[in-house]
Write a protein that binds this ligand. Structure first.
Ligand code: MG
Length: 181
C-alpha cells in the first residue's frame, strides 16, 4: 500500500487569508498574501512568537473555515485507489481536537493525523508528500520521495512540482504511479 502525506494549510484549505487577517490586526499595513514571496515573508515585520501565536489561534478555530471545494474529492480518489493517507500539519498538539473535528465535519477521508514541527520524520515509510512549504519540499527532494504542492507566491520561485489545483496534483500522482515510481 502506498502511503502519502497530505499537508493541511494551503493544501486542503485557504489558510493564508485567515492568517493575514490576524497579522493585519497585529500589524496594520502587513503585506497581503500576494506579497509573501518567500517562506520567511514575516521576518522583520513581526516577532516569531507573535507569528506562532497567530497561527495557533487560526488552528484553534479551524472549524470556522471551509476546505477547498476539491479537497474531499481529491482525498476520496486517493482512498479509492488504495492510498493510506497521513494528514500531516505543522501545528501544536493542543490543536489536535479542532483539527480532527474539522476533518470529520467536512468528511475529508484520512487514515491518521500527524502533528509536529518536522514532517520528514515520516519520509522513511511514505511514497509521496503534498505540501506547499518550500522547506518541506526541499527535504522531500533530498529524501527522494515524490513531492508536489499547490503553487503560491511563497513557493513559485522554487524548483518543485507545483500545480494550480488538487486535480492537477492528482493527475501528476497518477503519472508517477503509471511510471512505476
Ligand atoms: Mg501548508
Amino acid at each position: 500500500m502506498r502511503k502519502i502525506i497530505i499537508d493541511i494549510d494551503n493544501t486542503l484549505w485557504d489558510f493564508a487569508p485567515a492568517l493575514y487577517a490576524r497579522l493585519h490586526k497585529i500589524h496594520p499595513g502587513f503585506p497581503d498574501p500576494s506579497q509573501w514571496h518567500s517562506w520567511s515573508f514575516w521576518k522583520g515585520l513581526i516577532s516569531p512568537e507573535r507569528l506562532y501565536r497567530a497561527i495557533r489561534d487560526v488552528h484553534m478555530e479551524q472549524d470556522r473555515f471551509q476546505p477547498y471545494n476539491e479537497a474531499r474529492g481529491f482525498l476520496g480518489r486517493l482512498k479509492e485507489n488504495g492510498f493510506y493517507i497521513v494528514i500531516a500539519s505543522h501545528r501544536e498538539k493542543e490543536t489536535l481536537p479542532a483539527t480532527r473535528r474539522w476533518l470529520e465535519k467536512n468528511a475529508l477521508p484520512f487514515d491518521e493525523i500527524h502533528l509536529s514541527y518536522d514532517k520528514s520524520v515520516l519520509f522513511d515509510w511514505c511514497w509521496a508528500i503534498i505540501d506547499d512549504s518550500p522547506v518541506t519540499l526541499d527535504k522531500a527532494r533530498s529524501a527522494g520521495i515524490i513531492r508536489a504542492g499547490l503553487k503560491n507566491p511563497w513557493n513559485e520561485r522554487e524548483d518543485h512540482p507545483l500545480f494550480a489545483s488538487l486535480h492537477e496534483i492528482y493527475d501528476y500522482l497518477q503519472t508517477k504511479c503509471a511510471s512505476g515510481k
